[in-house]
Design a protein around this ligand. Sequence first.
Ligand SMILES: C[S@@+](CC[C@H](N)C(=O)[O-])C[C@H]1O[C@@H](n2cnc3c(N)ncnc32)[C@H](O)[C@@H]1O
Length: 309
Amino acid sequence: MSSFAHIPVLLAEVLAALRPKPGGCYADGTLGLGGHAEAILAGSAPDGRLYGCDRDEMSLEAANRRLVNFAGRYELRQLNFAELADWVPLGSCDGVVLDLGMSSAQLDAAERGFSFQVEGPLDMRLDRRQALTAAELVNDASGDELAKIFWEWGGEREARRLARAIVEARRTGRLESTRQLAELIGRVAPRRGKRTHPATKVFQALRVAVIDEVGSLECGMVGALRTLKPGGRLAVITFNSLEDRIVKAFGRTRARDYTVTGEVDVPELRVPRTPEVRLITRKAVKPGAAELVENPRSRSAQLRVIEKI
Ligand SMILES: C[S@@+](CC[C@H](N)C(=O)[O-])C[C@H]1O[C@@H](n2cnc3c(N)ncnc32)[C@H](O)[C@@H]1O
């Protein structure tokens, strides 16, 4: 697929949430192939501005090519969106979008190692300057560490058994490729009759661990709120239940007019405070039937939107 054939997920819904307008200021923390950024710049013509970042150099180049018609109205940087507030002026934005995960170009690029469906090295880094790769985890982490990763970040029920099998397989040589790992998982934990490939959860878990997806998301949402003006909106698109739970909890906690003092929410012990945000979506927004037909990869997408008070 060429980068320009890329279809941004839940585009109409993101635009309806962020309501780009002339003179507005926006940030896209996950530029990818520039689809959302392009629509925001078009919607905020003639003078809206956009700060765009991505950890991946290849994505930045693709986005830059796509946005060429808007030159002078945007700034791009290779950056983790967890650091957005160190770059974008605080209180300056009318809208921020985070569209998590991988672009189709990244998933399809065998040499990136994100997909068990194509043969490639176990890499999974977004930023190639990072030292940690999936191969390093798979070959050097202890069985306990691997089991913890597979269970916590992938929800893999066979986490222990798979971790033991990997440690066993390492005795005869390193596991270097996506196919080697996917085949090993398929042999140890075949899922007869299930629609998803047996390696789906392990690959998700390794990716979350290699790119520190959860840590980035938590910091990224805190930073994004700081860059917003009052009334500015944050739209986050997730692709798995782990990420969606984090986004949902982030919004709910900050929309409350009280804080909880201990581990458990005891109504008598609540401390009143002014809420930081308003929930714009009470339930996650999912792609409609037409989008699912046009872009089957959107099937697990969920959008949540909050507004800074
Ligand atoms: C699903 S794609 C975004 C697609 C984009 N919205 C579009 O319309 O083309 C996700 C992008 O986010 C980037 N990404 C993931 N985690 C990131 C992070 N913590 N900081 C910056 N970029 C990140 C990935 O490199 C990828 O390019």
